[in-house]
Design a protein. Structure first.
Ligand code: ADP
Ligand code: MG
Length: 212
């Protein structure tokens, strides 16, 4: 068994079989370098270019830890745009196919609030959303983040570029202090490092250089 095989990870046979069905036969470099630590529950800062498989690097971590029998929002993924949130939710749904009945809810701007509020009343195991809309829900008390075990900041550089810092800080503070935080970014300049340092505890830092 080589280390780039998903079967080197502590995943269930059903989960591994689903990865195989999805055509995921080998880990990408960022997955190989981050998943062992993610599955151990460590905080992580991962830097790798677009298309390198970052969604599964956090998605497998979320699903590994998730308890389908506990109907609470156990994972929250923050994305910069509605399109990216939809893509992440779709990938999570594919990864979750073997994991039982897992409800994944997307909360982004540009959609009416009322159906989102109705969906939140039914509950969701995983929420994927954009900072502005998540902040709106927190302000109306329609979103409960007090059970979040895994918090993901996806495309953190783009979210901070878009001026979402205050919203992000508010959302992070609505999550339990004891949680796993995973930050993914294509770039990780000093200003983002300073802005996000307080969100993570002793994170493993992984950088995959673009290959030419
Ligand atoms: P990123 O977030 O780094 O831009 P994505 O998570 O969107 O990248 O993944 C890019 C594409 O690669 C997606 O179509 C995804 O389904 C696919 N992918 C991810 N991991 C693997 C893998 N281990 N094997 C094959 N395809 C993969
Ligand atoms: Mg991505």
């Amino acid at each position: 068994m080589t280390t780039d095989s998903f079967s080197s990870l502590p995943l269930t046979p059903a989960f591994l079989a689903n990865l195989d069905l999805l055509g995921y036969h080998k880990m990408t470099t960022i997955q190989e370098q981050s998943l062992p630590a993610v599955l151990e529950g460590r905080d992580l800062i991962a830097q790798a270019k677009t298309g390198s498989g970052k969604t599964a690097a956090f998605g497998i971590g979320i699903l590994h830890k998730l308890n389908p029998a506990w109907f609470a929002t156990q994972a929250l993924v923050l994305c910069p745009t509605r399109e990216l949130a939809d893509q992440v939710a779709n990938e999570l749904r594919r990864l979750a196919r073997s994991a039982g009945n897992i409800k994944i809810l997307t909360l982004t701007g540009g959609s009416p609030m009322r159906p989102q509020i109705a969906s939140l009343e039914h509950g969701a195991h995983i929420v994927v959303g954009t900072p502005g809309r998540l902040r709106d829900h927190l302000g109306r008390n329609t979103l409960d983040l007090s059970k979040v075990q895994t918090l993901v900041l996806d495309e953190a550089d783009r979210m901070t570029d878009m001026g979402f810092y205050d919203e992000i800080a508010g959302i992070v503070s609505a999550c339990p202090a004891r949680r796993q935080t995973l930050l993914f970014s294509a770039t990780y300049p000093d200003d983002i490092r300073r802005a996000t340092a307080s969100f993570l505890v002793n994170p493993l830092e992984v950088t995959v250089q673009a290959q030419h």
